[in-house]
Design a protein around this ligand. Structure first.
Ligand SMILES: Nc1ncnc2c1ncn2[C@@H]1O[C@H](COP(=O)(O)OP(=O)(O)OP(=O)(O)O)[C@@H](O)[C@H]1O
Length: 259
């Protein structure tokens, strides 16, 4: 079953009266099934952020259809959309976006607290999630007492604790060193494998994308190609590099770094 169906999405920036209009999205079709782990890749300016903002309900498309978890986002009132985003979406950002004044556990509890859930049952659920993601010992630390990689794993715990229909990740490894990036990607892979979390990740990094099961390449606001993961991740990494070389018309270093 589809968690996300986007049809012919367009986004035009600038009004008809403006001197310049930009067609950031030019007819994107995208389907994501329940339990899929999908990456979106594309050159700078290809429309990735625009697409993610629309999928996240932050921005509205100029035209096209978008259904997430069976709901048409365009038909929702602002209050319904806010509730939908809180309950059905989880977000992971490049710069973690944890609240400095809250502990790791309190940050993870936020989506539950915003939904009116508090008390011992919430604390138990949060600690179980942190434990599950290998972060149990950091529950009572503040973000400034954690490394970037640890903060990002807390952010992932926060993104999934309320079991959203879809997790949207925007360059989640962008600020991490290679060891922390690998640890974070292992967390995503575990959530995908064991919890059947549905994850859509925008990334520039072929190594990060090789952890997902499908890559959608976009260029000039359109879907350029798709790649399904073969059984070996190192082979997928090579295939992604080759697809990027075609996409960007440049030759990537084919050496299997970090594998
Ligand atoms: N608010 C805006 N107003 C006008 N044009 C915009 C706006 N946001 C994005 N654009 C334009 O839309 C196009 C797509 O931008 P977008 O940020 O979605 O690309 P991207 O693939 O995320 O790029 P990057 O990888 O560099 O972040 C670009 O040409 C950009 O200049």
């Amino acid at each position: 079953m589809n968690v996300l169906t986007a049809k012919r999405l367009t986004k035009v920036y600038g009004s008809r009266h403006a001197r310049a209009v930009t067609k950031a999205l030019n007819g994107i079709d995208l389907e994501v099934n329940r339990g899929e782990f999908v990456s979106i890749m594309g050159p700078s300016g290809s429309g990735k952020t625009t697409l993610l903002n629309i999928l996240a309900g932050i921005d509205r498309p100029t035209s096209g259809e978008l259904r997430i978890h069976g709901q048409e986002l365009a038909k929702m009132r602002a209050s319904e959309l806010a509730l939908f985003r809180r309950r059905q979406l989880g977000f992971v950002f490049q710069d973690y976006n944890l609240l400095d004044s809250l502990t790791a556990a309190e940050n993870v509890a936020l989506p539950l607290a915003l939904d009116g859930k508090r008390g011992a049952a919430v604390r138990k659920k949060v600690l179980e999630m942190l434990e599950y993601l290998g972060m149990g010992e950091y529950a009572d630390r503040y973000p400034y007492e954690l490394s970037g990689g640890q903060q990002q794993r807390i952010a992932v715990a926060r993104a999934v604790v309320h079991q959203p229909a879809l997790v949207l990740a925007d360059e989640p490894t962008g600020n991490l060193d290679s060891a922390s990036a690998k640890a974070l990607l292992e967390v995503f892979a575990k959530l995908h494998r064991e919890q059947e979390s549905t994850i859509l990740m925008v990334t520039h990094d072929p190594f990060a994308a090789s952890y997902s099961k499908r890559v959608v390449f976009i260029k000039d606001g359109q879907v350029f190609s798709h790649l399904d993961a073969p059984s070996s991740r190192s082979q997928f990494f090579q295939e992604i590099l080759q697809a990027l070389a075609v996409l960007e018309g440049t030759s990537y270093d084919m050496a299997p770094t970090r594998m």
